[in-house]
Design a protein around this ligand. Structure first.
Ligand code: KMH
Ligand code: ZN
Length: 321
């Protein structure tokens, strides 16, 4: 059993809307502050989306990422993981633009097309805050989250050329077989950072049997060529990450992208709160959070200095490296 576990924190994502919680960060300042606090609380990897600073609507615009990435890099050694999943209705090009611009150590790679239903969220909203929110959620009912073999192959080759490695987001068993296909063709390089995504409407459920099946299949397909991380969507976050850690996962992912709650019925006031809770649970399982450099070692990453994320200049204008 490993003594270390990589904690990833997904700061804001493109699933939740501001009307659900006042704690969802969406301005560059809030995203930077939340990311830095999550790293200080024990997150070794920061999974980052961007949002319109005024309205909170998900955006793939690299210029918006540029308003917070340098600050995060200057303030923490955590691994920056930029999304290529983007949000509902974004094109592949829009989704990949930021990772292409910044060549991060990690970016996400979604391993299969699927239905991605976030429309049930609307049932829990009593008062909308922005005009885009209700139509955005409703549009997911007719949306196919597109990740064809050509899409994946093209993104892996384009982004991998700069040394970026991947958080392979697998929402179902078939996505593991898709990843095995790319491994067999030599298009992806081990160790494979497999992020099992449990409980998204359109993907696999979050029952313990689902988790065991995901692990059993990945073990059979990849053996020691993969590093397993797991996230649970919404109410499944705590049970799924705890169960995964108990059965030997190399990492777990938390963060407000995946759940806006700290515990049943209690809104998380920050990403750091979820990370702190995770550190406590791991401690009870005799697991310590992996440091960013330990995560780099486990995932064979290229190092923060080899990205195109400038570090924000310090107040005296000297590059803090
Ligand atoms: N926003 C969702 C459509 C990723 O970051 O690559 C999926 C997502 C995955 O967030
Ligand atoms: Zn994401």
């Amino acid at each position: 059993m490993p003594s270390k576990a990589i904690i990833s924190c997904a700061i804001t994502g493109a699933i939740h809307v501001p009307a659900q919680t006042p704690h969802l960060p969406y301005t560059p300042d809030a995203i930077a502050e939340e990311a830095i606090a999550a790293a200080e609380a024990g997150a070794a990897i920061l999974h980052l989306h961007a949002r319109d600073p005024e309205t909170g609507e998900p955006t793939g615009d690299p210029e918006v990422f540029a308003q917070f990435l340098p600050r995060i890099r200057a303030a923490t050694d955590a691994v920056i993981n930029i999304t290529t999943g983007g949000g509902v209705t974004m094109t592949i090009a829009e989704r990949a633009a930021a990772a292409a611009r910044f060549s991060p150590e990690l970016c996400s790679m979604n391993m299969g097309s699927m239905n991605f239903g976030i429309f049930p969220i609307a049932g829990g909203v009593s008062e909308w805050r922005h005009e885009w929110e209700a139509p955005y959620l409703e549009s997911s009912k007719g949306w196919i989250f597109r990740n064809t073999f050509s899409d994946v192959e093209g993104l892996v080759e384009m982004l991998g050329a700069g040394g970026t490695r991947f958080e392979f987001e697998c929402y179902d068993i078939g996505h593991l077989y898709n990843l095995a296909h790319f491994l067999d063709r030599g298009i992806v390089e081990p160790p494979l950072f497999v992020q099992s995504v449990m409980g998204i409407l359109g993907g696999i459920g979050a029952h313990p049997e689902d988790l065991q099946h995901m692990k059993r299949t990945a073990d059979r397909l990849f053996g020691d060529q993969y590093r397993w991380s797991v996230l649970g969507a919404g109410r499944f976050q705590v049970p799924v990450t705890t169960s995964a850690a108990m059965i030997g996962a190399a990492g777990v992912r938390v963060g407000l992208e995946d759940s806006i709650y700290l515990r049943r019925g209690v809104l998380a006031e920050s990403n750091a709160q979820q990370v702190e809770r995770t550190v406590r649970i791991l401690d009870e399982l005799s697991l310590e959070p992996a440091t960013p450099d330990e995560a780099r070692e486990m995932l064979d990453l290229k190092g923060a200095a080899n990205t195109k994320i400038e570090s924000a200049r310090s107040s005296v204008g000297v590059d803090v490296g």
